[in-house]
Design a protein around this ligand. Sequence first.
Ligand code: ZN
Ligand code: ZN
Length: 85
Amino acid sequence: MICPTCRAEGMRSKVYLAKFHYDDKIPQERYWDEDGKWHLHEFNPTTKGYECTNGHTWEETHTPLCWCMAVDEHGNWKPDAIFRG
Ligand SMILES: [Zn+2]
Ligand SMILES: [Zn+2]
């Protein structure tokens, strides 16, 4: 993790995880499917707040996707889906 503001300005800093928020109101689905492949379906976003030693702060919200959600209906890999905010 590099502070995006510091990177843009050519500065160096340490980045601290200042906030971690996970809401578990929707239960995860975890199972092995008919082919024996592991699925972990996460429906709750995780919000992380970062703070760098130059005082910049930012947040990221991310919901991890299972591999099966990253293929389209034809079985083609959709790498963009993995990095959905
Ligand atoms: Zn910074
Ligand atoms: Zn899955």
